[in-house]
Design a protein around this ligand. Structure first.
Ligand code: ZN
Length: 256
């Protein structure tokens, strides 16, 4: 029997230091508590590859309870760290300062912040240049800019997909907002809801989400008829669906 030279080393135990940081396999991970910033009923953990574990918790959660939850999620945390080692997942910036990387329609763009009296945002040559007064909330300015970009991009996309597929007789009512768990949905009243974060993903993936929601106007559930429609209008939709999973991490950013 062949035996490899590798020696089995048991993983080092996870240790938590006063809920400020934890150490897992010799790696230090900062713990950022975001307590009560939103009305939520349970604790949610999300890992950011900058080495940060975000802990969103209801206001009354005790430190002891949080420690238990983190310990219980150790296997999940190890998997997250491993996933990000490959480096193909797209992440959001933890700080909005010059040099950080943002995403616009699937392309990375460097954020550049300049001090000036008037607030302006310009996107060119793979840069998002934000001009703003000292101490201006850069994160909020960028998110507002994304919202405006989404208005234009989604308007054109919904129009184009609707016309080319002929699925509906008229354009549907649509809205967009930053959402944390889904890229799109449609309500029983016939409104299509798109996630504003979609302006960060490649156009073809946006097309795929819009088509998906349009098909729901014809087929409510994800049955065979629904996928027949998807396959007919976008034979390679699965490829774009897979692209979207690379951007899934963007949904964990808290947008103010
Ligand atoms: Zn669906």
């Amino acid at each position: 029997m062949m035996r490899g030279k590798s020696v089995y080393k048991p993983p080092l135990p996870l240790t938590i230091h006063k809920l400020n940081y934890l150490v897992i396999d010799d790696r230090r991970i900062e713990i950022h508590k975001r307590v009560g910033r939103r009305r939520r009923s349970r604790v949610m953990l999300s890992y950011h590859p900058d080495g940060i574990l975000f802990v969103d918790a209801p206001r009354k959660t005790t430190d002891r309870a949080l420690r238990i939850i983190i310990f219980r999620n150790e296997p999940w945390l190890r998997k997250e760290i491993q996933k990000h080692k490959n480096g193909d997942l797209v992440v959001y910036p933890t700080q909005y300062e010059s040099g950080r990387v943002l995403y616009v329609l699937g392309s990375p763009a460097t954020l550049r912040v300049r001090k000036q009296d008037k607030t302006t945002v310009n996107y060119h040559d793979s840069s998002v240049v934000v001009g703003a007064p000292e101490d201006a909330p850069i994160r909020a300015i960028v998110h507002d800019w994304y919202r405006q970009l989404a208005n234009t991009v989604f308007y054109a996309t919904v129009r184009r997909i609707c016309t080319s597929t002929n699925l509906l007789e008229q354009l549907p009512t649509w809205k967009h907002r930053f959402m944390t768990s889904k890229w799109g949905s449609c309500s029983s009243s016939g409104t299509m809801h798109l996630n504003t974060h979609l302006v960060k993903v490649p156009q073809q993936a946006i097309d795929m989400v819009v088509l998906h929601e349009l098909c729901h106007f014809k087929e409510l559930n994800h049955g065979p008829k629904f996928y027949e429609l998807m396959n007919r209008h976008m034979p390679d939709w699965k490829k774009h669906d897979a692209t979207l999973t690379r951007y899934q991490q963007l949904l964990h950013e808290q947008v103010v």
